[in-house]
Design a binder for this molecule. Structure first.
Ligand SMILES: C[S@@+](CC[C@H](N)C(=O)[O-])C[C@H]1O[C@@H](n2cnc3c(N)ncnc32)[C@H](O)[C@@H]1O
Length: 286
């Protein structure tokens, strides 16, 4: 399948490929250890050279909540050996998946992994791996971002939040730890997510503002896969759903418009609705 077309790869295929990458690339090139001069460069930016990764199941969580489509550009801010970037390129229809990394040796591992996947003919969306410093690089091209914020100090997190909020293309950021209190981004939810350093981690989902939040992401946050089971047949309801994930406390100022899905599946007295539109009133963006 050509790059640019939709990608479907089974979970097992993916695991096999990463097992192979672990053996052939990761272990043979020094694993998590990076040269002292790379470590010093990273420390100087306010980053942390300690390594850990989001697990494959965690990338699935990112994919679900980022709700990207073929116009989206995904960016992993500090992509390490590129596993999340490559999984996104394999399992989504994004226009491009970008990894930004300051450590040359980690970036080399990501490039080698990409090469193996390409040689094996694994269907991939376009991938770009960039050697750059997150504290100063451009973020303009990306629409959907992931930051393993556990590995970054407050200064660099704040700088990233400020620059993302000012970027016209930015839509959603997922982080592995709550960002320090800052006025630039709005946290819509947090969901369970697994990392190599913690199976019971969380992913924090940020948007520029509620009003600017993509409906697809809000639907993922508030419903199961964008579909909600609501009583009755009204297409315009105030939010009052039974969902598994925590909601934030600005419900009264939201007006959510639902459409009954084409083929209405009935579940007891409830009907399936799809979130179509979110309107925000009052001070929801504060
Ligand atoms: C904890 S790892 C996360 C890897 C990957 N994002 C994941 O979650 O699977 C963080 C990565 O950020 C990189 N990093 C730290 N400071 C950086 C900076 N200023 N610019 C670019 N990359 C940086 C580190 O080298 C490391 O590979």
């Amino acid at each position: 399948m050509k790059a640019g077309s939709s990608c479907v790869t089974s979970e097992q295929q993916l695991e096999d490929i990463y097992d192979l990458l672990d053996q052939e690339i990761f272990f043979s090139k020094g694993g998590y250890v990076i040269p002292k001069r790379e470590r010093a460069k990273i420390d100087a930016t306010g980053g942390d050279a300690t390594y850990g990764e989001v697990q494959a199941s965690g990338v699935d969580v990112l994919l679900r909540h980022l709700a990207m489509d073929s116009s989206s550009v995904f960016v992993d801010l500090g992509c390490g050996r590129g596993r999340a970037v490559l999984q996104v390129a394999m399992h989504s229809t994004v226009r491009k998946a970008i990894g930004i990394e300051l450590s040359e040796s980690r970036l080399e591992q990501a490039e080698a992994a990409l090469e193996v996947l390409q040689q094996q003919g694994v269907p991939l969306q376009p991938v770009e791996l960039r050697h750059a410093d997150l504290s100063s690089c451009s973020l303009q091209e990306g629409s959907h971002f992931y930051l393993c914020s556990t590995a970054f100090g407050a200064g660099i997190c704040r700088s990233l939040a400020e620059r993302l909020a000012a970027s016209p293309n930015f839509q959603v950021l997922v982080t592995s730890r709550q960002l320090p209190t800052q006025p630039y981004l709005y946290n819509v939810s947090q969901v369970p997510c697994s990392f190599t350093y913690g199976q019971n981690g969380r992913a924090y989902i940020y948007v520029k503002s509620l009003a600017a939040a993509p409906v697809a992401t809000l639907a993922r946050v508030w419903c199961r896969d964008g579909v909600c089971w609501l009583p009755g047949s009204s297409s315009q309801l105030q939010l009052g759903l039974s969902v598994d994930e925590p909601l934030f406390d600005t419900r009264p100022v939201l007006d959510l418009k639902w459409d009954r899905s084409g083929e209405v599946a009935e579940k007891g007295q409830q009907q399936q609705h799809v979130l179509q539109e979110v309107r925000v009133f009052g001070d929801a963006e504060e």
